[in-house]
Design a protein around this ligand. Structure first.
Ligand code: CMP
Length: 229
């Protein structure tokens, strides 16, 4: 369940300037976006959007993390993307007025700035380059989706796990680390395999010295992860 909050000027946080996406906007432009948006707070594991439902709002993540996934009737899910601060979602239905293409749930407690279609249009009217910023993100997403289709079609599960780890890893003091919020089940749902299979592959990669698996993270030791067994 979310808590709606339209912040008043006094409590607006200057920290948004540190969030990617907003770094491209001036303080005045951030203020404008905030004045047109509703701030919503969600706890961990909350459903934000449901695939197939109608909706026309765009969600900008100011803090927290979400997973974007599609599901089937047996309850299986395929994770399309993990998004964090500075990312946005919900733009597709906002733009084409079709049902939501995927579901979105929080992986940790999260705060969003939510813009209705009408508010987004006002933003674009006042800050036209926002439309370009959104288009660039959409182009990047299509590229990533193309890569993912290639990976799913052409690699075995071993290669898919390896390439997903490389895609998710972020530099943490010189080490490439896949962070704590991702469970082995989440990883399995990203590569279209069972948790048991992913567990075996992670163990094999660790035994061969390519990665080290800690309780809440995975460190990539050798970037030349093998594409197959
Ligand atoms: P919308 O279809 O409105 O609701 C679900 C949202 O998930 C969608 O907009 C996008 O914002 C997001 N989404 C869908 N597919 C992907 C993807 N492949 N990568 C990242 N985000 C996605």
């Amino acid at each position: 369940m979310s808590q709606n909050k339209r912040p008043n000027i006094g409590e607006r946080s200057p920290s948004l300037k540190a969030v990617p996406f907003f770094t491209q906007l001036s303080e005045g432009e951030i203020e404008l976006v905030r004045s047109l948006a509703a701030e919503k707070h969600y706890p961990k594991n909350a459903v934000v959007l449901t695939e197939g439902e109608m909706g026309d709002s765009l969600y900008m993540i100011t803090s927290g993390k979400v997973k974007v996934f599609i599901g089937d009737q047996e309850g299986r899910e395929m994770i399309l993307k993990i998004l964090g601060p500075g990312d946005f979602f919900g733009e597709m239905s906002m733009i084409d007025k079709q049902p939501r293409s995927a579901s979105v749930t929080t992986l940790e407690s999260s705060v969003f700035l939510v813009l209705s279609h009408a508010s987004f249009e006002k933003c674009v009217e006042k800050i036209p380059r926002i439309a370009n910023m959104v288009m660039r993100v959409l182009a990047t997403r299509v590229r990533e989706a193309d890569r993912k289709i290639g990976t799913l079609a052409m690699m075995d599960v071993y290669g898919r796990v390896a390439s997903t780890l490389l895609e998710l890893a972020v530099n943490d003091n010189g080490k490439m680390v896949v962070g704590e919020k991702l469970s082995q089940q989440d990883l399995a749902n990203m590569v279209g395999a069972s948790r048991e299979m992913v567990n075996r592959i992670l163990k094999d990669l660790a035994d061969r010295g390519f990665i080290s698996v800690e309780s809440k993270s995975i460190t990539i030791i050798n970037h030349e992860l093998p594409p197959s067994l």
